[in-house]
Design a protein around this ligand. Structure first.
Ligand code: PBG
Length: 326
């Protein structure tokens, strides 16, 4: 006598929303989200960024309000980027205590205190007239070790302004160690480091160039990673942890979920992912054309980051998504 095998039916667990939620393998929480925000020196009104509909270059005042709104939404952090009026070859505005990013850090910290983690991009590309992430050598190449000295000074300036966490994003070798040492020696032992560890030379940063009025000509391929490489991303993350990174990040996001998963599996610190400007712009453009369900696509994107192993997600939709996730 033969026993008939029942059909295995995975669909049973998909029958109702509450059941799907009960068995969901992952869930994004508002506290996992970080809002990147731009602040423009001298601006009297927020300036829209045309390639990122819904995102603006803030005035100092509107940034304070955005930080309060972000804290009230229950998100985990806000990552600040400064847009200076004057740029020069060495990015002087980045280390000046009165530079736009440093004053904005102080503004936000005084406004929201510890209600949100205040983070700052630690890189020179917003401040240099050539748009590179570091200072240049005589032959026009980016001078790694000379740049490290500026990063150390930038870290001290940001920490003095009260930042909770710095985000070195320039892909200079040794940057995390130099920044950790600079912070410790200046007494800022509790300022943490979110390292942009596996950061790729990506075409998807396009809209960000408009967001920070970047004057970059050429590319960053001699210091940012080459898109075909995944193991190298893991290596960069491990090196950053050895140097003192508290959180390591993979960037861009959606085109690099495999790297995110590989890094998550290789390290024992929190891993962040950056859902970058080009990813934002593509989804918004498709939604504006009626080609995609905007909210559903945003939530699906965030779920994908979580599934691939992200503990923390930087996204321009952070505040809106926090509302949708409640
Ligand atoms: C460097 C930095 C960049 C981004 C974040 N930090 C640009 C770059 O390295 O070219 C891109 C973020 C985005 O595209 O949303 N300061």
């Amino acid at each position: 006598m033969s026993i008939e095998r029942p059909v295995i039916r995975p669909r049973r667990l998909r029958q109702t929303p509450v059941l799907r939620r009960m068995v969901a393998e992952t869930a994004v929480r508002p506290a996992n989200l970080v809002l990147p925000a731009f602040v423009r020196e001298g601006a009297t009104e927020p300036v829209p960024i045309s390639s990122m509909p819904g995102v603006v270059q803030h005035t100092r005042d509107s940034l304070r309000k955005a930080a309060v709104e972000a804290a009230e939404a229950g998100i985990g952090g806000i990552m600040l980027f400064g847009v200076p009026t004057e740029k020069d070859a060495v990015g002087s505005g980045a280390v000046d205590p009165d530079g736009i990013l440093n004053v904005a850090i102080a503004d936000v910290v005084s406004e929201v205190g510890d209600a949100i983690t205040v983070m700052s991009d630690l890189c020179l590309d917003e401040f240099t007239d050539h748009g590179h992430c570091g200072v240049l050598a005589g032959d026009g190449s980016v001078d790694n070790d000379a740049t490290l000295e500026v990063y150390a000074e930038m870290a001290r300036a940001q920490a003095s302004a009260g930042v909770h966490m710095v985000g070195p994003s320039g892909m200079m070798d040794g940057q995390v160690a130099v920044i950790r040492t600079a912070l410790d020696e200046a007494g800022h032992r509790d300022v943490s480091i979110l390292a942009y560890s596996a950061k790729y030379a990506s075409a998807f940063y396009g809209p960000f160039r408009e967001a920070v009025d970047s004057s970059l000509k050429g590319d960053r391929r001699t210091y940012q990673q080459d898109p075909p490489n995944a193991l190298e991303g893991v290596r960069e993350a491990l090196l950053d942890i050895e140097q003192g990174a508290d959180i390591v990040m993979v960037k861009p996001g959606l085109p690099y979920l495999d790297v995110l998963r590989a890094v998550r599996d290789a390290v024992d610190v929190p891993v962040a992912a950056y859902n970058i400007s080009g990813e934002y712009a593509m989804l918004e453009a498709a939604a504006a054309n009626g080609w995609i369900d905007r909210q559903a696509a945003i939530l699906e994107s965030l779920a994908a980051f979580k599934r691939a192993g992200a503990d923390v997600i930087l996204t321009y939709w952070a505040v809106e998504a926090a509302g949708l996730l409640r």
